[in-house]
Design a protein around this ligand. Sequence first.
Ligand SMILES: [Zn+2]
Ligand SMILES: [Zn+2]
Length: 366
Amino acid sequence: MRIAAAVLVEPGDLRVEEVELAAPRRDEVLVRLRGSGICRSDLSLLDGKWPAPLPMVLGHEGAGTIAAVGAGVDPARVGEPVVLTFTPACGRCRFCLQGRVNLCTTAARCMNDGVLPDGTTRLARGGEPLHHLALVSSFATHAVVPANGAIPVPPELDPAVACLLGCGVLTGVMAVTRRASVRPGDSVAVLACGGVGLAAVLGAALVSAHPVIAVDPVASKRELALRLGATHTVDPSAEDPVAAIRRIVAEGVDHAFEAIGIPAVAEQALAATRTGGTTVLIGQPAIGVSASVPVYELTQFEHDVLGTHIGGATPALDVPVLAALAVAGKLDLAPLVTTRFRLDEIGAAIDATRSGTAGRVVLDLA
Ligand SMILES: [Zn+2]
Ligand SMILES: [Zn+2]
């Protein structure tokens, strides 16, 4: 079939084009996409900061409805509302067997090679193979994905909001609840309040962390953080954020989350963490970027530094849980989506994401 998709032809050159999408094969499904978030990882690929096989259809935070199934997939799934994941469990690799599905080596291979698990692509452009981004490629009207990468969610959820469960919300919430195991009453600081940072604020509020300190230079994001459960905000452009956090919690916070991937912010997160506390690095910079760590403090004060990929989530397990919390009104996702664009407005949507003034920018593909 012919579909519309945003194709990254080479770094900096993203075009909405008509491309070919082949039918789903065994254990795959065709999804009519309804919404796709734009994540900073898409910008890293667009800017050539991360290597990728090109050309490629970008987008890795999608939701939609199953339109057709391949062999071996229950035909009753047609019509099912789903959120797509870039780490379906292969169930066979070391990490899947350990329950660390977010580190699945099969998913990593598919991501590196831009292919589906059988090593080929369903996308083509002018007869030449067109690569998938991370088993998702959601900047498009349709996608063919592994059947176990399309996770069922309740129909009540707006797909232009539900799509965030595929990456940003899953990452931010699970970084708090799974990776850092934040408990009620633990103090939390979230440094940078884009889509992922705001989701970390939501996660901190969900588990009754207190206080929850949101740090961001953009006033509208600080206001949004307060609405989502932050108890305090800090403007790092007006004052030293570490001193400001330590004014609120003198000994430093139990858990500090870095959610933008800037080394200086990671160092602030480290400096704002208390003795015996945990600093969680969520934001991803370009490959090869380093931050310095205070080795004496880390050893003397048993200070943990955790990296996290998707918050340590098992998407097939955790996406439905977060979706149920959203439907129940316990996880308020709608305010995270601050701007919506059509697929043919992808350039403006990318600019809005890059501006850093928005929460999550979403492509409305309905
Ligand atoms: Zn992402
Ligand atoms: Zn695996």
